[in-house]
Design a protein around this ligand. Structure first.
Ligand code: DAT
Ligand code: MG
Length: 143
C-alpha cells in the first residue's frame, strides 16, 4: 500500500477541551506519524479560503465563525493509506452517527463542532497541505 500524507486539524472545540494529546494518541496508535505541526489562530480569510469548496453551503458562515473562534492545531500525518485511515479514525461528520472509539464519537458535541478536520482525498490532501505548510516544514519519517 502507498505511503500517503494527509492534513488533520484539531478544531477550536477540541483545543478548548485540552484534548490535543488524546487526539494525537489516536493517530500514533493507528500507525500514522506526525511529520509537521503548527498551532494557529486562523484569520477569517484563511478559514474562508480553506473551506472555499463549501462556500455555497447554508452552514458556511457558521463553519467559518467556529473555525476562527479559537486556535487550531494543524498537522500533516504520514503513513500507509493515510487519507482513508485518518477519516476512519475521525468517524462520521455528525458525531451522533460516528462509530464507537472514533475521535468524533469521543470528543465532538455536534455536526458543526466536530473536533477534527481530515482531508477527504489524496488530491485534496495535497492542496490542503500546501495551504498551510511549505515543503521545508515537513519532516518525512518514512524511508
Ligand atoms: P467532514 O468534515 O467530515 O469532511 P464536510 O466536508 O461535509 O464534513 O463538512 C465540512 C465541515 O462543515 C464539517 O466538518 C462540519 C461542517 N458541517 C457539515 N455539515 C454541516 C451541517 N449540516 N451543519 C453544520 N455544519 C456542518
Ligand atoms: Mg470534508
Amino acid at each position: 500500500m502507498a505511503i500517503e500524507r494527509t492534513i488533520s486539524i484539531v478544531k477550536p472545540d477540541a483545543v478548548g477541551k485540552n484534548v490535543i494529546g488524546k487526539i494525537y494518541d489516536r493517530f500514533e496508535s493507528n500507525g500514522l506519524k506526525i511529520v509537521a505541526a503548527k498551532m494557529k489562530h486562523l484569520s477569517r480569510r484563511e478559514a474562508e479560503g480553506f473551506y472555499a469548496v463549501h462556500k455555497e453551503r447554508p452552514f458556511f458562515g457558521e463553519l467559518v465563525d467556529f473555525m476562527i473562534s479559537g486556535p487550531v492545531m494543524i498537522q500533516v500525518l504520514e503513513g500507509e493509506n493515510a487519507v482513508a485511515k485518518n477519516r476512519e479514525i475521525m468517524g462520521a461528520t455528525n458525531p451522533a452517527n460516528a462509530d464507537e472509539g472514533t475521535i468524533r464519537k469521543d470528543f465532538a458535541d455536534s455536526v458543526g463542532e466536530n473536533a477534527v478536520h481530515g482531508s477527504d482525498s489524496a488530491e485534496n490532501a495535497a492542496i490542503e497541505i500546501a495551504y498551510f505548510f511549505a515543503e521545508t516544514e515537513i519532516c518525512p519519517r518514512t524511508r
